[in-house]
Design a protein around this ligand. Structure first.
Ligand code: ZN
Length: 196
């Protein structure tokens, strides 16, 4: 069984969002095109409480882009984004999200970030994505979404580790930084991810 996993296609990462990614709206149409080819479509959502550790606003004197240590893990500081129940955390209305069967929420613990849709950054807690897919007999997963060098990369690397045949659909992803994105793609490829 094959599934499509849509990573963090949420208003805050799109044009005019609080963590706007350049040209990110370009992923929506390709996703709408392919979504009907899958009987199982799952989406991840970044889903932060207001006091989330990744928000620079929660660290007086720090700025967006600063890297701090949290429990020995590097934590990049971001603008407030994808706050639970906010408009910024919604899917864009232009995304054909009606066929999404399951939404996996990540980054819900205020103390730790979660780039991967499978585990938090410390790999302490599972989000339930792997169990959900395995329960549905999924063996092959195609990925699209935002952003290439963070949440897409860490999600697909965990996907490989979880034993899924893993592919990334290139016109369905977008990164913040071109160089970092291409580095991330090379890393995915070297770990066995197929890039389409
Ligand atoms: Zn986040």
């Amino acid at each position: 069984m094959k599934a499509l996993v849509i990573v963090d296609v949420q208003n805050d990462f799109l044009i005019n969002g609080s963590l706007e990614v350049p040209n990110s709206n370009d992923v929506i149409e390709p996703i709408n095109q392919i979504i009907k080819n899958y009987t199982l479509v799952v989406a991840t959502k970044d889903w932060h409480p207001l006091n989330h550790v990744s928000f620079s606003s929660n660290h007086p004197g720090k700025e967006v882009g600063d890297v701090i240590k949290v429990d020995n893990l590097d934590q990049m500081l971001w603008p407030d984004h994808c706050i639970q129940e906010s408009k910024g955390s919604d899917f864009p209305i232009t995304l054909n999200f009606k066929t999404i069967k399951k939404i996996i929420y990540k980054g819900t613990n205020p103390q730790i970030d979660s780039y991967s849709g499978f585990y938090d950054n410390g790999k302490i807690r599972s989000t339930g994505l792997s169990d959900y897919l395995k329960t549905n007999n999924v063996t092959h997963i195609d990925y699209v979404g935002l952003v290439t060098e963070y949440c897409v990369k860490f999600t697909v690397l965990d996907s490989i580790e979880e034993g899924f045949k893993t592919r990334v659909i290139l016109n369905g992803i977008k990164g913040i930084d071109l160089k970092e994105s291409s580095k991330a793609l090379n890393e995915m490829k070297s770990k066995g991810v197929d890039l389409l």
